[in-house]
Design a protein around this ligand. Structure first.
Ligand SMILES: [Zn+2]
Length: 287
């Protein structure tokens, strides 16, 4: 396991257990910027083994696939509202269903995925252009893509800031980035969960099937995007659920957020822009 020495968002070193550990004993919050993260974290080299056939198998069943196709159609509508066509990269593309739908909608698509199983499936089932590696190691040329998507990927990555900076390099100036992540301030979902299960919503447990390494709020996601050189264009609810019961909770959470102005949705969707002729991350990308 890898202990976290400094906050990836503010470089601070003053951490305390998040909410006294009720959401998992390995969850900490930075006292300086309120970024919440898992600590210690699995070693980066061990992560790809977590996403084997067993992880993806439920997604491949026909009923689940149909639900996921509807999810991707909804998300594709968001992408098309930003860019009707162009070169699209999906980071953590999994089994490739989103890229398959995006290609059918007219995008020129590519994916990056650390899972050997998922990358092989995406290539074989859909004939997609996938690099099986981390985004940081991927070798596309700078300024290749019009749009880059992270659909519930960023929270799984060991170095989310470096990943976003690499995305900034791969985007064309004025390109768009979409990042969707679970919301750590999902208070309505937490309430329902406690009601049904009788205990706190576990954000992370060691050995979990879904190893989330970072736990974003709308505020910390926006700050991280800005730190990495992006301009945040919009931030709001992401509708990620495929289970009809949780979709109801998702809509209640989103309505609550709208009525109270408190970002309490189940998941957050941010749209950001790479500035034209300015800096992204620590690198000058255009003069
Ligand atoms: Zn911090």
């Amino acid at each position: 396991m890898r202990p976290i020495e400094t906050c990836r968002l503010c470089s601070g070193t003053d951490f305390v257990p998040y909410r006294n550990g009720v959401y998992g004993k390995d969850i900490y919050i930075c006292n300086n910027c309120q970024f919440v993260f898992t600590n210690p974290q699995p070693e980066p080299r061990e992560l790809s083994a977590r996403y084997g056939a067993e992880y993806y198998q439920p997604w491949l069943r026909p009923a689940q696939r149909r639900r996921r196709e509807k999810l991707w159609e909804r998300r594709l509508a968001i992408v098309k509202s930003l860019r009707p066509c162009g070169k699209l990269l999906d980071v953590g593309c999994g089994e490739g269903l989103f890229l398959h739908c995006a290609r059918q909608a007219g995008f020129c698509v590519a994916g990056v995925e650390i899972s050997e199983f998922a990358a092989a499936y995406a290539k074989k089932e859909f004939g997609l252009n996938i690099q099986q590696t981390t985004l940081e190691e991927a070798d596309w040329s700078p300024k290749t893509f019009d749009i880059i998507t992270f659909w519930h990927t960023l929270e799984h990555l060991p170095f989310p800031d470096s990943s976003l900076q690499k995305a900034g390099q791969l985007l064309k100036p004025d390109g768009r980035l979409i990042v969707a992540v679970p919301n750590v301030n999902n208070i309505i979902e937490q309430g329902f969960y406690r009601l049904v299960k009788g205990h706190y919503f576990p954000i992370y447990t060691a050995g979990a099937k879904e190893p989330h390494l970072y736990h974003f709020s709308a505020t910390t996601l926006k700050l991280l995007l800005e730190k990495c050189g992006f301009q945040v264009v919009a931030i709001g609810a992401d509708f990620a659920q495929v289970d009809p019961r949780w979709r109801v909770v998702e809509h209640i959470s989103s309505l609550f957020s709208k009525l109270t102005g408190n970002q309490a949705c189940m998941a957050i969707l941010a749209v950001a822009r790479k500035p034209a002729g300015e800096t992204v991350g620590s690198k000058t990308v255009d003069s």
